[in-house]
Write a protein of this length. Sequence first.
Length: 267
Amino acid sequence: MDLGLKDATAVVTGGSKGMGRAIAEAFADDGARVAILARGREAIEETLDELRRRGCPDAVGLPVDLTDPVAIEGAFASIGERWGSVNSLINTIGPGDGFFEDLDDEGWDTTMQLGLMAAVRCTRAALPLLRAAEWARIVNFAAHSIQRQNPRLVAYTASKAAVASLSKNLAKSLAADGILVNTISPGTIVTASFTENLDPFLSAEGLDSSNPVDVMTWIENNFHQPADLGRAGLPDEIASITVYLASRRNGYVTGANVNVDGGSDFI
């Protein structure tokens, strides 16, 4: 399927790792010009090498603290000077862990700054470039925990519920500009950081943290929130639906919150 992305311009926040990187690579595979915004310079350079290998010779990587409004404005000003417009903006980032009793104000603020305000600020900075494009799409990342609550993710879930609400509102307010806005709510996705961070816990139960079936077994055993497909997801499975929603091919889906969770939720 031709998604109409050849020579389109796409910005992916958190595009140097995990789901963000998979999305950036999928854009490159479909012929788009890609800019990634992330903190770590080493991971950015590694990702840029891969994007160029995939046929995106002018891939852009900008080291940006996505809690810094001035840095965000500067990054999009640089992108505007280079491209003049942006077709697709993907806001992926958001940290989160901790029970309610363990989170102080600083913990809440950090989560909200990255989980919600980064998307707000990037969207605000990108809007002139999106409006300047022949067509434009925004995809923001929430989480399936906004529908299946997990006490360990209370601040993260609150930030992502706010992102879903923001996206719904933007879909309405930007419809007159022809800018489509949607939300992706991933379930449990096996990224490199997921595997690294949770390996001790899964290993203690004789499970492999890189195996999607073992991961879902652990989720079911410890959180009682299984997926109907019986396994966790993979970054490429998030990337495929994200790139479709962010493409010219998507002409009529806006204001949606798309669960990509293996059948974890049917609300």
